[in-house]
Ligand binder design. Structure first.
Ligand code: DGP
Length: 115
C-alpha cells in the first residue's frame, strides 16, 4: 500500500466508497463520477501503479478482475444488453488514479471509438 493512494485507502476501508464486491484479491465500487448508469471500478487490493507496471507474476489478477466484472455485470443486469471493461493506462489514455483499475460501464449505448 502507498499511503497517499486513494484506491488503497478504499481497499483498506479507510476511505468510504459504495462497494459492490470484495474478496481477498479484488475490490469493486461505484465510480465517484459515473459516465454511464452502471459505472464500477474494479481494482486489485495490491498496489500496482498501472497495467504497464504489472509484473508477469501478478498477471492472474487481471483474469480475476475479468471474472469479477462478468459476475457484477450479471448481478447488475447489464450482461444481456452488453457492457464495456476498460483500462486507461498512462497519461495520454486518461489515467488519473495511479492504482491499476478497470472501468465496468453499461446501461446505455456506448460509442466507439472512445474519445
Ligand atoms: P481513470 O481516469 O481511468 O484514472 O479513472 C479514475 C476514476 O476514479 C474516475 O472515473 C473517478 C474515479 N475516482 C477518483 N477518486 C475516487 C474516489 O475517491 N472514489 C471513487 N468511488 N471514485 C473515484
Amino acid at each position: 500500500m502507498t499511503t497517499d493512494c486513494v484506491f488503497c485507502k478504499i481497499a483498506k476501508g479507510e476511505l468510504k466508497a459504495d462497494l459492490v464486491y470484495e474478496d481477498s484479491q479484488v475490490v469493486a465500487f461505484r465510480d465517484l463520477n459515473p459516465q454511464a448508469p452502471v459505472h464500477i471500478l474494479i481494482i486489485p487490493r495490491k498496489h500496482i501503479q498501472s497495467l504497464d507496471a504489472l509484473w508477469d507474476q501478478d498477471a492472474n489478477i487481471v483474469g480475476r478482475i475479468a471474472t469479477v466484472a462478468r459476475d457484477i455485470a450479471r448481478k447488475l443486469g447489464i450482461s444481456e444488453d452488453g457492457y464495456r471493461l476498460v483500462n486507461n493506462c498512462g497519461e495520454q489514455a486518461g489515467q488519473t488514479v495511479l492504482h491499476l483499475h478497470f472501468h465496468l460501464l453499461g446501461g446505455r449505448n456506448l460509442g466507439w471509438p472512445p474519445g
